[in-house]
Write a protein that binds this ligand. Structure first.
Ligand code: LMR
Length: 396
């Protein structure tokens, strides 16, 4: 039965973790996967999470099945965070939100739902994009193509190219957009550029799917999330995937959500009913713990403030590491101007290093980034940054 099964290639991101774990180099540094480590190189367990867990553990609760769409308080918390508690869309009851298995799970549920709705539609992802976007939408049955995004020469966004790609797309095309902290490049659109993208999405009748996996890592929760409000204000029906993996440091809990902005309450109820079937036929219903923790934090003013503070701490430390990386590379003898690293936002730096250089970094120095040149700046610290800079200088 399985004799013809071929060995699949390693996952371009998570596969690096496996390779890293097996690496015996004592100096090894994992800048591959998008995970935040604190200044001591440790995965943080946020204080707000610990406080919420303490409260939850204080009232032991039996573990029945959750509703298919998850914990009601969680879905409400996500809605308030993503759309604003006073927003017209929430008051009108026209957003369908479901708890999902991380941002990836939200994208997959959304993709399956869209495939059922519009099977002939094409999907456009940015060039480049998060590696899993193409794989995920392809597995959902879509033909996936790209829209122009990164301008290597300019070290920024090829915005004219992006608009041209979107303008050329057929009506109904699904466009996957990074709401903030573009993965992998770290280059975001300006608010004015977003307005122009929205105008094209509207004029060409495209379907926008906003992937918001890093809300809070560029400027702050409200600023980073503002793009959602712009789409809503333009009267567009959109999909938004949310992930709390990074912002709550709850990677392994798989806490995310899919929100669909509909035309009215009745439509939202019908959409929700179909998404529930998609969930039921995939994994039945989501797990409890991570969602309960996030719901507890989002629903409590003190814990929520604490979360914002801790998130700001992560954001500020990443920014400091960017500065130190630029200075450290210069000190290590790198001639070229690397200051672009500080204009990028989020967890990653798209370094411009070639695949060969990335492979050398990994094999000779134990410094792991993706083959595309992406490095997770959020895993740098005072102890490893000198070694990383010296290693990069050698391969450059
Ligand atoms: C990443 O891009 O490294 C993260 O989003 C983790 C993942 O699932 O790939």
């Amino acid at each position: 039965l399985f004799s013809a099964v071929e060995l699949a290639p390693r996952d371009p991101i998570l596969g690096l973790n496996e390779q890293f774990a097996a690496d015996t180099n004592p100096n090894k540094v994992n800048l591959g996967v998008g995970v935040y480590f604190d200044e001591a190189g440790k995965l943080p367990l946020l204080q707000c999470v610990q406080a919420a867990e303490k409260t939850l553990m204080g009232t032991p609760t039996p573990r029945g099945y959750l509703p298919i769409d998850g914990i009601a308080a969680y879905d409400a918390g996500v809605k308030n965070l993503v759309f604003g508690a006073d927003s017209e869309v929430l008051k009108a009851g026209r957003v369908a939100t479901v708890q999902a298995l991380g941002g990836t799970g939200a994208l997959k549920i959304g993709a399956d739902f869209l495939k059922q709705l519009n099977p002939a539609a094409k999907v456009l992802i940015s060039d480049p994009s998060w590696e899993n976007h193409r794989a995920l939408f392809t597995k959902a049955g879509f033909e996936v193509d790209t829209y122009a995004y990164y301008d290597a020469a300019k070290r920024g966004v090829n915005f004219d190219g992006m608009l041209a790609s979107l303008n050329a797309a057929a009506a109904g095309t699904i466009v996957v957009l990074h709401a903030c902290c573009h993965n992998p490049t770290g280059y975001d659109l300006t608010p004015e550029q977003w307005e122009q993208v929205i105008a094209v999405v509207k004029a060409k009748n495209l379907t926008a799917f906003l992937d918001m996996a890093y809300q809070g890592f560029a400027q702050g929760l409200a600023q980073d999330g503002a793009v959602v409000g712009k789409f809503v204000a333009a009267g567009l029906n959109i999909l938004v995937s949310t992930s709390f993996s990074k912002s709550f440091s709850l990677y392994g809990e798989r806490v995310g959500a899919l929100s669909v902005v509909c035309t009215d309450k009745d439509e939202a109820a019908r959409v929700l009913s179909q998404i529930k079937i998609t969930i039921r036929t995939n994994y039945s219903n989501p797990p409890i713990h991570g969602g309960a923790v996030v719901a507890a934090v989002l629903g409590d003013a003190t814990l929520r403030a604490q979360w914002e503070q801790e998130l700001a701490g992560m954001r500020d430390r990443i920014k400091a590491m960017r500065q130190q990386l630029v200075a450290g590379l210069k000190a290590a003898g790198v001639q070229q101007d690397m200051s672009f690293i500080t204009t990028q936002v989020g967890m990653f730096s798209y370094s411009g290093l070639s695949k060969d250089q990335m492979v050398r970094l990994r094999n000779e120095f134990g410094v792991y980034g993706t083959d595309t040149g992406r490095m997770c700046v959020a895993a740098l610290n005072e102890k490893n940054i000198g070694y990383v800079c010296a290693s990069i200088a050698k391969v450059l």
